[in-house]
Design a protein around this ligand. Structure first.
Ligand SMILES: Cc1cc2nc3c(=O)[nH]c(=O)nc-3n(C[C@H](O)[C@H](O)[C@H](O)COP(=O)(O)OP(=O)(O)OC[C@H]3O[C@@H](n4cnc5c(N)ncnc54)[C@H](O)[C@@H]3O)c2cc1C
Length: 465
């Protein structure tokens, strides 16, 4: 194991060489006798306060769990060793991608594995890319586009890790054509909760493959992914259509998602009305027909613009990077609502949003989304309603109010046949999780028993206590 300079500077007069499983502390060579030797690592295990405090937080700034150590793996073997070590000594392990959860999903009082040190893009081949789980989509997509290819679907913000998004699902405007990120994965390398390195795909260890995609990190640590690529277009033509009221907006969105006329379809509720955002990707000399795309959508106004394809995918990155240093608490709620209930549900939720909230409301086709542990309502068209809140200035009472509101709106969503997309800040019980998985709960629990029998991985969601 390499002890980092920071570790030594933080006051460990001698190198940390052992773990005291009784007192959950680290021992130096001087007092290591009663402790358990830490396995030799290619990377480093950080135990200093600053390193641990840095991962006891996330994008939401609502939950803070101080881990006993942070592993910055130098290899997949390191992850395997630490997971096995955790199994032997009753420690929990959480993986941190980019820390963009909002409610402690990637935190633990045990060991945090910071996947950013495993950040190599191994190959951009024809039709597929192979990347470590710690790679951000920004770098992967940039490299793919330079090679004339692209993942079919991207999240709105590209500063998220491959592993972090594949553990939740990964939704974006192209989901209306290509499903979620997890629907576009060809194979995975993972370290199971027992510390086995396994390569899995739809034909090799398919149970594990399908459990891990959208499995909220419960069964294995994703270490590497092979993702599908398609030819990249050069240009994005962007159509902004406005609507004065919810019924006319929903009608236009239903029409657009039904015939898949756009390459990308999203939409927002704004303080001045509702905005349908459709984008057509193309490479000249081919060009989209504007009237064919928008004339039957009955918009109050239409605005058309154009930009290079990569710039479009990367449109929100700079804005989010500017927000990050403000550290504004972010009690987000993200739910999926069946088409038949969306008008009633959105009518109740939209008036509770604040002018500064980003409120996404757009449909996806259920038949394009296939991974079993991504829970969506059973309806041909499903709506994402996401209220991305930022409490400014930070205020404890307002955070409590909004977190309680999230819980109320979650209950209303469930009552309407909806589910939640587990990246937000909703206080949930284990019973809520059982209800979330519904008829898939038995399969989810049995996969946990099979791949992480000591319940070591990903405690932050609170699914198994
Ligand atoms: C500004 C912003 C924009 C966003 N936009 C979108 C969007 O457009 N579409 C969308 O779908 N989501 C979006 N999200 C949500 C985001 O996809 C999830 O929060 C995602 O989990 C964050 O990825 P991360 O790399 O930061 O993961 P973390 O927050 O670090 O981890 C998230 C969860 O995944 C687990 N995990 C992380 N890495 C691994 C791994 N290698 N193996 C197993 N489990 C792992 C963690 O333990 C944790 O439970 C956005 C979030 C933010 C803050």
């Amino acid at each position: 194991m390499q002890i980092s300079r920071r570790t030594v500077l933080a006051g460990a007069a001698a190198a940390v060489v052992a773990f005291d499983p009784v007192n959950l502390g680290w021992l130096t060579s001087a007092d290591a006798e009663p402790g358990v030797r830490i396995p030799a690592l290619d990377g480093e295990l950080l135990v200093d306060e600053a390193s641990r405090a840095a991962v006891a937080d996330d994008y939401g700034h609502l939950v803070h769990r101080m881990p006993v150590a942070v592993l910055r793996p130098g290899s997949v073997r390191d992850i395997q060793k630490v997971v096995r070590f955790a199994n032997r000594h009753g420690l929990k392990v959480a993986v941190r991608g980019q820390g963009h959860s909002t409610y402690g999903q990637g935190q633990t009082t045990g060991v945090v594995i910071d996947s950013s040190t495993l950040g190599t893009i191994h190959r951009i081949g024809y039709g597929q890319a192979v990347a470590d789980a710690g790679v951000r989509w920004l770098e992967l997509i940039r490299a793919a586009v330079q090679a004339g290819q692209t993942p079919p679907v991207a999240t709105d913000y590209l500063g998220l890790s491959v592993g972090g998004t594949l553990s939740v699902g990964g939704i974006g405007g192209a989901t209306s054509r290509h499903g979620l990120l997890v629907d576009n994965v060809l194979s995975l390398e993972v370290v199971t909760g027992e510390g086995e390195v396994v390569h899995c795909s739809p034909s090799v260890c398919p149970d594990l493959f399908h459990a891990v995609l959208g499995g909220l990190g419960q069964f294995a640590v994703i270490t590497r992914a092979t993702v599908r690529l398609i030819p990249a277009p050069t240009t994005a033509r962007v159509y902004h259509l406005t609507y004065p009221d919810l019924p006319s907006y929903l009608t236009a969105q239903r029409r657009a998602v039904g015939d898949q006329r756009f390459s990308y379809l999203e939409g927002q509720s704004t303080p001045t009305g509702l905005l349908l955002e459709g984008v057509t990707y193309y490479t000249p000399p081919a060009a989209p027909s504007d009237p064919a795309l928008v004339s039957d959508l009955a918009a109050a106004s239409v605005e058309i613009s154009e930009m290079p394809y990569f710039d479009w995918l990367n449109r929100v990155y700079d804005l989010v990077q500017q927000l990050l240093p403000l550290r504004l608490p972010g009690p987000w709620i993200n739910v999926f609502i069946p088409d038949e209930a969306v008008e009633g549900y959105a009518s109740a939720v939209l008036p509770t949003t604040a002018p500064n909230d980003v409120v996404l409301l757009y449909p996806v086709r259920r038949d394009l989304i296939g991974e079993p542990f991504v829970r969506l309502p059973n309806s041909p068209v499903v709506w994402l309603l996401a209220v991305l809140r930022a409490v400014s200035p930070p205020d404890a009472a307002e955070i409590r109010r909004l977190t309680a509101l999230n819980r109320t709106q979650y209950d209303q969503a469930v009552a309407a046949g909806g589910t939640h997309y587990p990246v937000g800040a909703i206080p949930l019980t284990r019973a809520d999780w059982r209800a979330h998985y519904g008829r898939r709960w038995a399969a989810f629990r049995s996969a946990k028993r099979r791949y992480d029998p000591r319940n070591v991985l990903a405690p932050g969601q609170g699914i198994f206590g």
